[in-house]
Design a protein around this ligand. Structure first.
Ligand code: SGN
Ligand code: CA
Length: 534
Protein backbone atom coordinates (compact mmCIF):
# COMPACT_ATOMS: atom_id res chain seq x y z
CA UNK A 1 0.00 0.00 0.00
CA UNK A 2 1.32 3.43 -0.84
CA UNK A 3 1.96 6.07 1.77
CA UNK A 4 -0.73 8.58 2.45
CA UNK A 5 1.57 10.46 4.83
CA UNK A 6 0.16 12.97 7.22
CA UNK A 7 -2.10 14.38 4.63
CA UNK A 8 -5.74 14.13 5.31
CA UNK A 9 -7.59 11.96 2.87
CA UNK A 10 -10.83 13.41 1.78
CA UNK A 11 -13.55 10.88 1.32
CA UNK A 12 -16.42 11.84 -0.80
CA UNK A 13 -19.66 10.46 0.39
CA UNK A 14 -22.59 10.67 -1.87
CA UNK A 15 -25.76 11.47 -0.10
CA UNK A 16 -29.00 11.28 -1.94
CA UNK A 17 -32.00 13.12 -0.75
CA UNK A 18 -35.26 13.04 -2.62
CA UNK A 19 -37.23 16.17 -3.06
CA UNK A 20 -40.35 16.10 -5.16
CA UNK A 21 -39.07 13.23 -7.30
CA UNK A 22 -35.93 15.18 -8.03
CA UNK A 23 -32.67 13.59 -6.80
CA UNK A 24 -30.27 16.06 -5.26
CA UNK A 25 -26.65 15.03 -4.77
CA UNK A 26 -24.95 16.47 -1.67
CA UNK A 27 -21.24 16.04 -1.15
CA UNK A 28 -20.15 15.50 2.48
CA UNK A 29 -16.45 15.60 3.21
CA UNK A 30 -15.14 13.31 5.97
CA UNK A 31 -11.56 13.63 7.05
CA UNK A 32 -10.08 10.48 8.52
CA UNK A 33 -6.60 11.17 9.77
CA UNK A 34 -3.57 8.95 9.90
CA UNK A 35 -3.75 7.16 13.28
CA UNK A 36 -1.48 7.90 16.20
CA UNK A 37 0.26 4.92 17.76
CA UNK A 38 0.99 4.42 21.45
CA UNK A 39 3.10 1.29 21.80
CA UNK A 40 3.27 0.39 25.48
CA UNK A 41 5.68 -2.29 26.52
CA UNK A 42 6.79 -3.49 29.90
CA UNK A 43 9.66 -5.79 30.73
CA UNK A 44 9.06 -9.40 31.80
CA UNK A 45 5.32 -8.95 32.29
CA UNK A 46 3.76 -12.43 32.41
CA UNK A 47 0.32 -12.70 30.81
CA UNK A 48 -0.64 -14.60 33.98
CA UNK A 49 -0.31 -11.26 35.82
CA UNK A 50 -2.82 -9.29 33.73
CA UNK A 51 -6.34 -9.68 35.07
CA UNK A 52 -7.87 -9.59 31.57
CA UNK A 53 -6.22 -12.98 30.97
CA UNK A 54 -8.20 -14.42 33.85
CA UNK A 55 -5.59 -16.04 36.10
CA UNK A 56 -6.90 -14.29 39.18
CA UNK A 57 -3.49 -13.32 40.57
CA UNK A 58 -3.92 -9.55 40.55
CA UNK A 59 -6.02 -6.70 39.32
CA UNK A 60 -4.87 -4.53 36.40
CA UNK A 61 -7.93 -2.41 35.58
CA UNK A 62 -6.16 0.00 33.24
CA UNK A 63 -4.38 -2.58 31.11
CA UNK A 64 -7.68 -4.46 31.02
CA UNK A 65 -9.36 -1.34 29.60
CA UNK A 66 -7.38 -1.90 26.40
CA UNK A 67 -8.84 -5.39 26.04
CA UNK A 68 -12.33 -4.23 26.96
CA UNK A 69 -12.29 -1.39 24.46
CA UNK A 70 -10.42 -3.43 21.86
CA UNK A 71 -8.79 -6.83 21.45
CA UNK A 72 -7.02 -9.42 23.57
CA UNK A 73 -4.65 -11.88 21.92
CA UNK A 74 -4.59 -15.37 23.37
CA UNK A 75 -1.76 -16.56 21.21
CA UNK A 76 0.82 -13.80 21.16
CA UNK A 77 4.43 -15.05 21.07
CA UNK A 78 7.96 -13.72 20.80
CA UNK A 79 10.75 -14.70 18.41
CA UNK A 80 13.41 -15.03 21.11
CA UNK A 81 12.49 -14.81 24.78
CA UNK A 82 15.03 -12.29 25.98
CA UNK A 83 14.92 -8.53 26.19
CA UNK A 84 17.08 -6.87 23.55
CA UNK A 85 16.56 -9.50 20.82
CA UNK A 86 12.81 -9.25 21.29
CA UNK A 87 12.91 -5.45 21.04
CA UNK A 88 15.10 -5.63 17.94
CA UNK A 89 12.57 -8.01 16.35
CA UNK A 90 9.71 -5.65 17.16
CA UNK A 91 11.49 -2.66 15.69
CA UNK A 92 12.64 -4.38 12.51
CA UNK A 93 9.88 -6.96 11.97
CA UNK A 94 12.62 -9.53 11.44
CA UNK A 95 13.90 -12.60 13.26
CA UNK A 96 17.11 -12.33 15.31
CA UNK A 97 19.28 -14.17 12.80
CA UNK A 98 18.25 -11.58 10.18
CA UNK A 99 18.43 -8.34 12.20
CA UNK A 100 21.64 -9.52 13.90
CA UNK A 101 20.58 -8.95 17.53
CA UNK A 102 20.57 -12.57 18.61
CA UNK A 103 21.30 -12.08 22.32
CA UNK A 104 21.67 -9.34 24.94
CA UNK A 105 25.42 -9.31 24.30
CA UNK A 106 25.69 -8.57 20.58
CA UNK A 107 25.54 -4.89 19.57
CA UNK A 108 22.37 -3.76 17.78
CA UNK A 109 22.86 -2.14 14.41
CA UNK A 110 20.66 0.98 14.52
CA UNK A 111 21.60 1.77 10.91
CA UNK A 112 19.20 -0.84 9.61
CA UNK A 113 15.56 -0.01 8.88
CA UNK A 114 13.00 0.00 11.64
CA UNK A 115 9.31 0.87 11.61
CA UNK A 116 9.83 4.13 13.52
CA UNK A 117 12.18 5.34 10.77
CA UNK A 118 9.55 4.50 8.16
CA UNK A 119 6.81 6.26 10.10
CA UNK A 120 9.10 9.27 10.51
CA UNK A 121 9.62 9.38 6.74
CA UNK A 122 5.86 9.28 6.41
CA UNK A 123 5.36 12.41 8.45
CA UNK A 124 5.07 10.98 11.96
CA UNK A 125 6.53 12.62 15.04
CA UNK A 126 8.21 9.81 16.98
CA UNK A 127 9.38 9.30 20.56
CA UNK A 128 11.03 6.46 22.46
CA UNK A 129 10.73 6.67 26.25
CA UNK A 130 11.91 4.25 28.94
CA UNK A 131 13.63 0.90 28.57
CA UNK A 132 14.95 -0.16 25.19
CA UNK A 133 18.11 -2.07 26.16
CA UNK A 134 19.65 -1.51 22.73
CA UNK A 135 22.93 0.34 23.00
CA UNK A 136 23.71 3.40 20.89
CA UNK A 137 21.63 6.47 20.11
CA UNK A 138 18.19 5.29 18.97
CA UNK A 139 17.50 6.03 15.31
CA UNK A 140 14.04 6.78 13.98
CA UNK A 141 13.01 9.00 16.89
CA UNK A 142 12.61 12.77 17.08
CA UNK A 143 12.84 12.45 20.82
CA UNK A 144 14.38 9.70 22.92
CA UNK A 145 14.74 9.49 26.67
CA UNK A 146 15.83 6.00 27.58
CA UNK A 147 17.26 4.01 30.46
CA UNK A 148 20.87 2.97 30.11
CA UNK A 149 20.87 -0.86 29.93
CA UNK A 150 18.52 -2.37 32.50
CA UNK A 151 17.93 0.89 34.35
CA UNK A 152 17.32 1.34 38.08
CA UNK A 153 14.06 1.36 40.05
CA UNK A 154 15.01 4.23 42.36
CA UNK A 155 16.63 7.53 41.31
CA UNK A 156 16.97 6.26 37.74
CA UNK A 157 19.42 7.58 35.16
CA UNK A 158 18.00 8.36 31.74
CA UNK A 159 19.67 9.33 28.47
CA UNK A 160 17.73 12.18 26.89
CA UNK A 161 18.60 12.56 23.20
CA UNK A 162 22.07 11.20 24.02
CA UNK A 163 22.64 13.18 27.25
CA UNK A 164 22.65 11.38 30.59
CA UNK A 165 20.83 12.70 33.64
CA UNK A 166 19.47 11.33 36.92
CA UNK A 167 15.83 11.77 37.89
CA UNK A 168 14.59 11.70 41.46
CA UNK A 169 11.76 9.26 42.21
CA UNK A 170 10.57 5.86 41.07
CA UNK A 171 11.34 4.67 37.56
CA UNK A 172 7.81 3.70 36.52
CA UNK A 173 6.42 7.12 37.40
CA UNK A 174 9.40 8.97 35.96
CA UNK A 175 8.88 7.11 32.67
CA UNK A 176 5.17 7.96 32.67
CA UNK A 177 5.86 11.63 33.49
CA UNK A 178 8.36 11.89 30.64
CA UNK A 179 5.83 10.31 28.27
CA UNK A 180 3.03 12.67 29.36
CA UNK A 181 5.35 15.65 29.11
CA UNK A 182 6.22 14.66 25.56
CA UNK A 183 2.55 14.22 24.65
CA UNK A 184 1.58 17.51 26.25
CA UNK A 185 4.47 19.81 25.56
CA UNK A 186 7.15 18.42 23.31
CA UNK A 187 5.55 16.90 20.22
CA UNK A 188 4.45 18.76 17.11
CA UNK A 189 0.68 18.63 17.48
CA UNK A 190 0.14 19.04 13.73
CA UNK A 191 1.61 15.61 13.07
CA UNK A 192 0.42 12.09 13.79
CA UNK A 193 2.63 10.53 16.43
CA UNK A 194 4.29 7.30 17.47
CA UNK A 195 4.98 7.05 21.20
CA UNK A 196 6.96 4.05 22.38
CA UNK A 197 6.34 4.09 26.13
CA UNK A 198 8.40 1.26 27.60
CA UNK A 199 8.55 0.42 31.29
CA UNK A 200 11.42 -1.27 33.10
CA UNK A 201 9.04 -2.92 35.57
CA UNK A 202 8.32 -5.70 36.39
CA UNK A 203 11.93 -6.70 35.64
CA UNK A 204 14.15 -8.17 38.32
CA UNK A 205 14.84 -7.10 41.15
CA UNK A 206 11.12 -6.31 41.53
CA UNK A 207 11.42 -3.26 43.79
CA UNK A 208 7.95 -1.85 44.53
CA UNK A 209 7.19 1.82 45.00
CA UNK A 210 6.40 3.04 48.51
CA UNK A 211 2.66 3.27 47.86
CA UNK A 212 2.37 -0.43 47.02
CA UNK A 213 4.73 -1.92 49.58
CA UNK A 214 1.87 -3.59 51.42
CA UNK A 215 -0.38 -4.41 48.46
CA UNK A 216 -1.84 -7.93 48.73
CA UNK A 217 0.07 -8.44 51.95
CA UNK A 218 -2.59 -10.72 53.38
CA UNK A 219 -2.79 -12.85 50.22
CA UNK A 220 -1.06 -16.23 50.18
CA UNK A 221 -0.36 -17.55 46.69
CA UNK A 222 -0.53 -21.24 45.93
CA UNK A 223 2.34 -22.28 43.70
CA UNK A 224 1.41 -23.71 40.28
CA UNK A 225 0.78 -27.46 40.09
CA UNK A 226 4.18 -28.12 38.47
CA UNK A 227 6.16 -25.99 40.94
CA UNK A 228 8.03 -29.09 42.17
CA UNK A 229 8.79 -30.34 38.65
CA UNK A 230 11.27 -33.25 38.43
CA UNK A 231 12.11 -32.47 34.73
CA UNK A 232 11.91 -36.12 33.77
CA UNK A 233 12.60 -36.64 30.07
CA UNK A 234 13.72 -32.99 29.75
CA UNK A 235 17.45 -32.74 30.54
CA UNK A 236 17.74 -29.18 29.20
CA UNK A 237 14.97 -28.08 31.56
CA UNK A 238 16.68 -29.87 34.43
CA UNK A 239 19.98 -28.07 33.87
CA UNK A 240 19.19 -24.35 34.36
CA UNK A 241 19.77 -21.69 36.99
CA UNK A 242 16.37 -20.07 37.29
CA UNK A 243 14.90 -22.08 40.10
CA UNK A 244 13.05 -20.11 42.76
CA UNK A 245 14.25 -22.58 45.36
CA UNK A 246 17.89 -22.91 44.28
CA UNK A 247 18.77 -19.70 42.47
CA UNK A 248 16.62 -16.89 43.78
CA UNK A 249 18.83 -14.73 46.01
CA UNK A 250 17.40 -14.06 49.46
CA UNK A 251 18.74 -10.53 49.58
CA UNK A 252 18.99 -9.40 45.97
CA UNK A 253 15.67 -10.85 44.86
CA UNK A 254 13.72 -11.21 48.06
CA UNK A 255 14.93 -8.12 49.99
CA UNK A 256 16.24 -9.89 53.13
CA UNK A 257 18.88 -7.18 53.63
CA UNK A 258 19.12 -7.57 57.39
CA UNK A 259 20.91 -4.75 59.21
CA UNK A 260 22.96 -7.23 61.25
CA UNK A 261 24.42 -8.63 58.04
CA UNK A 262 23.70 -12.26 59.01
CA UNK A 263 22.09 -13.13 55.70
CA UNK A 264 25.11 -13.39 53.45
CA UNK A 265 24.29 -14.15 49.86
CA UNK A 266 26.08 -13.96 46.52
CA UNK A 267 24.36 -10.73 45.46
CA UNK A 268 23.92 -8.99 48.81
CA UNK A 269 26.33 -6.17 47.91
CA UNK A 270 24.63 -5.62 44.57
CA UNK A 271 21.31 -5.18 46.29
CA UNK A 272 22.84 -2.86 48.88
CA UNK A 273 23.79 -0.53 46.00
CA UNK A 274 20.21 -0.53 44.75
CA UNK A 275 18.89 0.16 48.25
CA UNK A 276 21.39 3.00 48.62
CA UNK A 277 19.80 4.82 45.66
CA UNK A 278 16.71 5.51 47.78
CA UNK A 279 16.17 8.75 49.67
CA UNK A 280 16.05 8.65 53.48
CA UNK A 281 12.26 8.87 53.44
CA UNK A 282 12.03 6.02 50.96
CA UNK A 283 14.38 3.92 53.09
CA UNK A 284 12.23 4.53 56.17
CA UNK A 285 9.11 3.32 54.35
CA UNK A 286 11.02 0.39 52.87
CA UNK A 287 12.45 -0.73 56.22
CA UNK A 288 9.09 -0.33 57.97
CA UNK A 289 7.73 -2.95 55.61
CA UNK A 290 10.66 -5.35 55.17
CA UNK A 291 12.31 -5.32 58.63
CA UNK A 292 9.50 -7.27 60.35
CA UNK A 293 9.48 -9.78 57.46
CA UNK A 294 13.24 -10.18 57.80
CA UNK A 295 12.94 -10.76 61.56
CA UNK A 296 10.17 -13.29 61.03
CA UNK A 297 12.16 -15.07 58.32
CA UNK A 298 15.24 -15.28 60.51
CA UNK A 299 13.23 -16.75 63.37
CA UNK A 300 11.72 -19.50 61.26
CA UNK A 301 14.78 -21.29 59.81
CA UNK A 302 12.77 -22.56 56.86
CA UNK A 303 14.06 -25.44 54.78
CA UNK A 304 13.14 -27.58 51.79
CA UNK A 305 9.63 -27.22 50.42
CA UNK A 306 8.63 -24.72 53.11
CA UNK A 307 11.48 -22.46 52.08
CA UNK A 308 10.58 -22.88 48.40
CA UNK A 309 6.95 -21.88 48.99
CA UNK A 310 7.99 -18.96 51.21
CA UNK A 311 10.36 -17.71 48.47
CA UNK A 312 7.63 -18.08 45.87
CA UNK A 313 5.26 -15.94 47.92
CA UNK A 314 7.87 -13.29 48.64
CA UNK A 315 8.63 -13.15 44.91
CA UNK A 316 4.99 -12.94 43.85
CA UNK A 317 4.22 -10.10 46.25
CA UNK A 318 7.02 -7.85 45.01
CA UNK A 319 6.59 -8.80 41.34
CA UNK A 320 2.86 -8.02 41.37
CA UNK A 321 3.40 -4.77 43.27
CA UNK A 322 5.70 -3.41 40.59
CA UNK A 323 2.98 -4.21 38.03
CA UNK A 324 0.46 -2.09 39.91
CA UNK A 325 2.55 1.02 39.21
CA UNK A 326 2.79 0.03 35.54
CA UNK A 327 -0.99 -0.27 35.44
CA UNK A 328 -1.39 3.19 36.99
CA UNK A 329 0.81 4.66 34.27
CA UNK A 330 -1.23 2.99 31.53
CA UNK A 331 -4.32 4.58 33.07
CA UNK A 332 -2.72 8.02 32.99
CA UNK A 333 -1.81 7.69 29.33
CA UNK A 334 -5.26 6.37 28.37
CA UNK A 335 -6.84 9.26 30.28
CA UNK A 336 -4.63 11.74 28.46
CA UNK A 337 -5.81 10.39 25.11
CA UNK A 338 -9.43 10.58 26.18
CA UNK A 339 -9.24 14.05 27.67
CA UNK A 340 -7.50 15.41 24.60
CA UNK A 341 -9.87 14.03 22.00
CA UNK A 342 -7.26 11.57 20.73
CA UNK A 343 -8.98 8.36 21.76
CA UNK A 344 -10.79 7.58 18.50
CA UNK A 345 -7.79 8.04 16.28
CA UNK A 346 -5.11 6.38 18.38
CA UNK A 347 -3.98 2.76 18.28
CA UNK A 348 -2.88 1.60 21.73
CA UNK A 349 -0.94 -1.62 22.17
CA UNK A 350 0.13 -3.17 25.46
CA UNK A 351 2.70 -5.94 25.39
CA UNK A 352 5.84 -7.24 27.10
CA UNK A 353 9.25 -8.10 25.66
CA UNK A 354 8.46 -11.70 26.61
CA UNK A 355 6.52 -13.79 29.08
CA UNK A 356 7.82 -14.84 32.47
CA UNK A 357 7.67 -17.79 34.85
CA UNK A 358 5.63 -17.24 37.98
CA UNK A 359 6.65 -20.51 39.59
CA UNK A 360 5.72 -22.81 36.68
CA UNK A 361 8.34 -25.61 36.58
CA UNK A 362 9.65 -24.05 39.81
CA UNK A 363 11.07 -21.06 37.91
CA UNK A 364 11.43 -17.32 37.56
CA UNK A 365 12.97 -15.69 34.43
CA UNK A 366 12.23 -16.65 30.80
CA UNK A 367 14.38 -17.78 27.79
CA UNK A 368 12.82 -21.22 27.20
CA UNK A 369 10.47 -21.91 24.31
CA UNK A 370 7.99 -23.35 26.79
CA UNK A 371 4.66 -21.52 26.79
CA UNK A 372 5.04 -19.18 29.78
CA UNK A 373 8.08 -17.42 28.34
CA UNK A 374 7.48 -17.98 24.60
CA UNK A 375 4.04 -16.38 24.95
CA UNK A 376 3.62 -12.71 25.73
CA UNK A 377 0.58 -10.59 26.54
CA UNK A 378 -0.82 -8.53 23.67
CA UNK A 379 -3.78 -6.17 23.98
CA UNK A 380 -4.69 -3.64 21.33
CA UNK A 381 -7.35 -1.03 20.84
CA UNK A 382 -8.25 1.25 17.98
CA UNK A 383 -11.85 2.37 18.29
CA UNK A 384 -12.11 3.24 14.59
CA UNK A 385 -11.44 -0.32 13.51
CA UNK A 386 -11.41 -2.78 16.38
CA UNK A 387 -14.64 -3.80 18.05
CA UNK A 388 -14.69 -3.76 21.85
CA UNK A 389 -14.29 -7.23 23.36
CA UNK A 390 -12.53 -8.76 20.34
CA UNK A 391 -10.68 -12.01 21.06
CA UNK A 392 -7.87 -13.00 18.70
CA UNK A 393 -6.79 -16.65 18.65
CA UNK A 394 -4.49 -16.56 15.61
CA UNK A 395 -0.79 -17.31 16.14
CA UNK A 396 0.89 -13.91 16.20
CA UNK A 397 4.46 -12.98 16.97
CA UNK A 398 6.38 -9.85 17.97
CA UNK A 399 7.75 -9.54 14.39
CA UNK A 400 4.15 -8.68 13.40
CA UNK A 401 4.05 -5.32 15.20
CA UNK A 402 6.17 -3.44 12.65
CA UNK A 403 4.10 -4.40 9.59
CA UNK A 404 0.86 -3.92 11.53
CA UNK A 405 1.72 -0.34 12.49
CA UNK A 406 2.93 0.44 8.97
CA UNK A 407 -0.29 -1.00 7.56
CA UNK A 408 -2.50 1.15 9.83
CA UNK A 409 -0.39 4.20 8.95
CA UNK A 410 -0.80 3.54 5.23
CA UNK A 411 2.97 3.29 4.84
CA UNK A 412 4.85 0.89 2.62
CA UNK A 413 5.76 -2.49 4.17
CA UNK A 414 9.16 -3.41 2.80
CA UNK A 415 9.27 -6.94 1.46
CA UNK A 416 12.27 -7.75 3.69
CA UNK A 417 9.97 -7.53 6.74
CA UNK A 418 9.23 -11.07 7.95
CA UNK A 419 6.21 -10.40 10.15
CA UNK A 420 2.63 -10.10 8.89
CA UNK A 421 0.21 -7.26 9.42
CA UNK A 422 -2.36 -8.31 12.02
CA UNK A 423 -4.83 -5.68 10.84
CA UNK A 424 -7.19 -8.02 8.98
CA UNK A 425 -6.80 -10.79 11.54
CA UNK A 426 -7.97 -8.47 14.32
CA UNK A 427 -10.99 -7.46 12.28
CA UNK A 428 -11.81 -11.11 11.69
CA UNK A 429 -11.27 -10.59 7.96
CA UNK A 430 -8.04 -12.49 7.28
CA UNK A 431 -8.78 -15.06 4.57
CA UNK A 432 -5.67 -16.98 5.56
CA UNK A 433 -3.24 -16.82 8.44
CA UNK A 434 -0.03 -18.61 9.42
CA UNK A 435 -0.28 -22.05 11.01
CA UNK A 436 3.18 -22.19 12.61
CA UNK A 437 5.69 -20.01 14.47
CA UNK A 438 9.46 -20.19 14.53
CA UNK A 439 11.60 -19.51 17.62
CA UNK A 440 15.32 -19.18 18.37
CA UNK A 441 17.32 -18.65 21.58
CA UNK A 442 21.10 -18.16 21.73
CA UNK A 443 22.24 -16.77 25.06
CA UNK A 444 24.33 -19.68 26.40
CA UNK A 445 26.64 -20.22 28.20
CA UNK A 446 25.30 -17.33 30.26
CA UNK A 447 23.28 -16.24 33.28
CA UNK A 448 20.43 -18.66 34.14
CA UNK A 449 22.08 -21.34 31.98
CA UNK A 450 19.28 -21.94 29.50
CA UNK A 451 20.70 -23.89 26.60
CA UNK A 452 20.66 -22.77 22.97
CA UNK A 453 17.59 -23.97 21.16
CA UNK A 454 15.18 -23.36 18.30
CA UNK A 455 11.83 -24.81 17.42
CA UNK A 456 8.44 -24.64 15.81
CA UNK A 457 4.98 -24.34 17.34
CA UNK A 458 1.75 -25.09 15.55
CA UNK A 459 -1.75 -24.89 16.91
CA UNK A 460 -1.42 -28.21 18.71
CA UNK A 461 2.22 -29.24 18.86
CA UNK A 462 5.66 -27.94 19.64
CA UNK A 463 9.03 -29.29 18.52
CA UNK A 464 12.24 -28.00 20.14
CA UNK A 465 15.89 -28.79 19.49
CA UNK A 466 18.44 -28.01 22.21
CA UNK A 467 22.02 -27.96 20.91
CA UNK A 468 25.68 -26.98 21.54
CA UNK A 469 26.63 -28.96 24.67
CA UNK A 470 23.55 -31.15 24.31
CA UNK A 471 21.68 -32.63 21.35
CA UNK A 472 18.16 -33.22 22.53
CA UNK A 473 14.76 -33.00 20.83
CA UNK A 474 11.50 -32.36 22.64
CA UNK A 475 7.96 -32.75 21.34
CA UNK A 476 4.83 -31.61 23.18
CA UNK A 477 1.18 -32.29 22.64
CA UNK A 478 -0.12 -28.89 23.72
CA UNK A 479 -3.75 -29.97 23.89
CA UNK A 480 -3.15 -32.97 26.14
CA UNK A 481 -0.20 -31.50 27.99
CA UNK A 482 -0.52 -27.70 28.09
CA UNK A 483 2.07 -27.34 30.86
CA UNK A 484 4.67 -29.28 28.84
CA UNK A 485 5.57 -31.95 31.36
CA UNK A 486 5.76 -34.91 28.97
CA UNK A 487 8.28 -34.97 26.18
CA UNK A 488 6.75 -37.37 23.65
CA UNK A 489 9.54 -37.16 21.08
CA UNK A 490 10.44 -40.84 21.49
CA UNK A 491 6.89 -42.03 22.01
CA UNK A 492 5.94 -44.29 19.03
CA UNK A 493 2.35 -43.04 19.18
CA UNK A 494 3.64 -39.66 18.05
CA UNK A 495 5.81 -40.94 15.18
CA UNK A 496 3.73 -39.30 12.46
CA UNK A 497 3.30 -36.05 14.42
CA UNK A 498 7.06 -36.00 14.92
CA UNK A 499 7.67 -36.46 11.19
CA UNK A 500 5.18 -33.69 10.36
CA UNK A 501 6.71 -31.34 12.87
CA UNK A 502 10.19 -31.90 11.44
CA UNK A 503 8.78 -30.95 8.03
CA UNK A 504 7.17 -27.84 9.56
CA UNK A 505 10.46 -26.92 11.18
CA UNK A 506 12.37 -27.18 7.92
CA UNK A 507 9.68 -25.13 6.18
CA UNK A 508 10.09 -22.40 8.79
CA UNK A 509 13.87 -22.39 8.53
CA UNK A 510 13.67 -22.13 4.76
CA UNK A 511 10.99 -19.45 4.88
CA UNK A 512 12.88 -17.21 7.29
CA UNK A 513 16.43 -18.09 6.21
CA UNK A 514 17.76 -19.90 9.27
CA UNK A 515 20.09 -22.88 9.33
CA UNK A 516 22.63 -24.83 11.38
CA UNK A 517 25.35 -22.75 9.70
CA UNK A 518 23.73 -19.55 11.03
CA UNK A 519 23.67 -21.08 14.50
CA UNK A 520 27.34 -21.98 14.22
CA UNK A 521 28.25 -18.45 13.10
CA UNK A 522 26.34 -16.88 16.00
CA UNK A 523 27.82 -19.35 18.47
CA UNK A 524 31.38 -18.56 17.34
CA UNK A 525 30.74 -14.82 17.68
CA UNK A 526 29.30 -15.32 21.15
CA UNK A 527 32.15 -17.51 22.37
CA UNK A 528 34.71 -15.06 20.97
CA UNK A 529 32.99 -12.13 22.69
CA UNK A 530 33.04 -14.03 25.98
CA UNK A 531 36.60 -15.26 25.47
CA UNK A 532 35.50 -18.86 25.65
CA UNK A 533 37.85 -21.25 23.81
CA UNK A 534 36.27 -23.26 21.01
C1 SGN B 1 19.62 -9.39 34.03
C2 SGN B 1 18.96 -10.18 35.13
C3 SGN B 1 18.59 -11.57 34.68
C4 SGN B 1 17.81 -11.49 33.40
C5 SGN B 1 18.59 -10.71 32.38
C6 SGN B 1 17.91 -10.56 31.07
N1 SGN B 1 19.82 -10.26 36.24
O1 SGN B 1 20.88 -9.89 33.73
O2 SGN B 1 17.86 -12.20 35.70
O3 SGN B 1 17.52 -12.78 32.91
O4 SGN B 1 18.80 -9.42 32.89
O5 SGN B 1 16.70 -9.89 31.24
S1 SGN B 1 19.95 -8.96 37.15
O6 SGN B 1 20.76 -9.39 38.26
O7 SGN B 1 20.61 -7.90 36.41
O8 SGN B 1 18.63 -8.56 37.55
S2 SGN B 1 16.19 -9.04 30.06
O9 SGN B 1 14.75 -8.90 30.22
O10 SGN B 1 16.86 -7.77 30.12
O11 SGN B 1 16.54 -9.78 28.87
CA1 CA C 1 12.63 -8.77 29.51
Amino acid sequence: MKNTGILIISLLMLCFSCKEDKKEVVQVAEQPQTPNIVFIMSDDHAYQAISAYGYGLNNTPNIDRIAKEGAIFNRGFVNNSICAPSRAAMLTGKHSFVNGKVDNLHPFNWDQDNFAKTLQKNGYETALIGKIHLDGLPQGFDYSNVLPGQGQYYSPDFIENGVKKTYPGYVTHVTTDIALDWLNNKRDKEKPFLLMYHQKAPHRTWMPEEKYLTLMDSVTFDPPANFFDDYEGRPAAADQEMSIYKDMDLVYDLKMLDKAGDIKTKYREMFQRKYDRMTDAQKVAWDAYYDPIIADFKSKNLEGKDLAVWKYNRYMHDYLRTIQSVDDGVGQVLDYLKENGLEENTIVVYTSDQGFYLGEHGWFDKRFMYEESFRTPILMKYPKEIKPGTVVDGLVQNIDFAPTFLDYAGAEIDESIQGESMRKLVKGEASEWRDALYYTFYEYPAEHKVKRHYGVRTDKFKLIHFYYDIDKWELYDLEKDPTEMHNVYDNPEYASVKADMHIQLEKMRTKYGDSDQMNKKNLDLFLDAKNIKH
